[in-house]
Design a protein around this ligand. Structure first.
Ligand code: ZN
Length: 345
């Protein structure tokens, strides 16, 4: 199968071929069929923070997992990182031709003293052992809840640091949920590899995160979607804390990018297959459209170790009729989608 178009982010007009699950820029000897003829080509999109498969009670089912994964694919998202899921990934899902490439992190590990009460969380006293076990049983990532309610102390820094050290020593990485000033501070100082939400991410913490090559996943669009509902809640410190935290994500995303932090796009909540909304959030925060798109594409792929449209890269791509760096709205309307070498659209 031959693909022709303008390759992003380079802007080079090129052609390449799909051989099974891989791409090559070397013309095959046998006849080929042109499956994409023109337009702007990106490697498959990536949502680095999404939790497909859970019903309202946080029960994980294979049926819902498949449906929500396929909604991602239908939008051109050919890879997802799942930082927390409440059930084992169904056997065969990782090689299923209909499903996106999966990078999973196992259960949402919540320190027992946080008393989150959230049905999707797994309370545990032995965070260190649980984190290493989940990373090993999944794709080299684990997920920790560093804080929960604004008026309950966050998980202590020394405990988080011990978890991160143990996970790193085993060769794995840590994604850390934080949404309060104390939790975000502890998460950054603990050495976590990716800071999820990171409300109240101050400039000095951003410098620390940048210096060690950390990543930041603001999930800003998900927060923005909840703002109208939170505004209807009774006034008080809880509401103020949440709203200020959500509003601060715009600035944190922009400052983090400027400082050299790897800012990535994650949607967190339903609907699935809407990573373009997070690209739009990042543009609203002040990132250039090309950088914002990269956060949901080539930058995220580099971060997760998923080769894009290079010799021998994965045969996952999206074609658009217009240049999404100039017209980001086109991300809502992919012309063609190829996943694992197969044309989905
Ligand atoms: Zn989440």
């Amino acid at each position: 199968m031959r693909v022709v178009g303008t390759l992003l982010p380079s802007g080079e007009r090129t052609q390449f071929w799909i051989l099974g699950d891989r791409i090559t820029f070397e013309k095959p000897l046998n006849a080929t069929e042109t499956v994409v003829d023109g337009g702007f080509l990106t490697p498959g999109l990536v949502d680095v923070h999404t939790h497909p498969g859970h019903d309202d009670d946080a029960t994980f089912t294979e049926k819902q997992f498949r449906e929500e994964c396929m909604a991602h694919v239908a939008a051109g998202t050919t890879a997802i990182r799942v930082p927390g899921h409440n059930g084992p990934i169904p056997p065969g899902a990782r090689d299923d031709p209909d499903l996106p490439r999966l990078v999973t992190a196992g259960r949402f590990l919540a320190y027992e003293a946080l008393q989150t009460g959230h049905p999707i969380h797994t309370p545990t006293v032995d965070l260190v052992a649980a984190a290493v076990a989940e990373a090993r049983a999944n794709d080299g990532w684990c997920k920790l809840i560093a804080d929960w309610a604004f008026d309950v102390p966050a998980v202590p820094l020394d405990l988080l640091a011990r978890v991160v050290d143990a996970v790193h020593a085993a060769g794995f990485r840590v994604a850390m949920h934080c949404q309060t000033a104390e939790g975000t501070r502890n998460a950054v100082l603990s050495g976590a590899d990716s800071i999820e939400h990171g409300c109240y991410l101050s400039d000095d913490l951003i410098e620390t995160l940048a210096a060690r090559g950390g990543a930041y996943v603001p999930t800003g669009a998900a927060f923005q979607r909840s703002v109208p509902e939170v505004r209807t809640k009774p006034d008080g410190p809880r509401k103020t804390n949440w709203l200020n935290g959500a509003e601060g994500l715009f600035r944190s995303a922009a400052v983090a990018h400027e400082a050299g932090v790897t800012v990535l796009a994650g949607t967190d909540s339903a609907p699935f297959g809407n990573v373009f909304t997070e690209v739009e959030f990042l543009i609203a925060a002040g990132l250039s459209p090309a950088t914002a798109l990269g956060a949901a594409c080539w930058t995220a792929r580099d971060f997760l170790g998923l080769p894009g449209l290079v010799e021998g890269g994965l045969a996952d791509l999206v074609a658009y009729d217009a240049d999404p760096r100039v017209e980001p709205g086109i991300l809502r309307h992919p012309r063609h989608i190829i996943l694992r070498g197969r044309k989905i659209r």
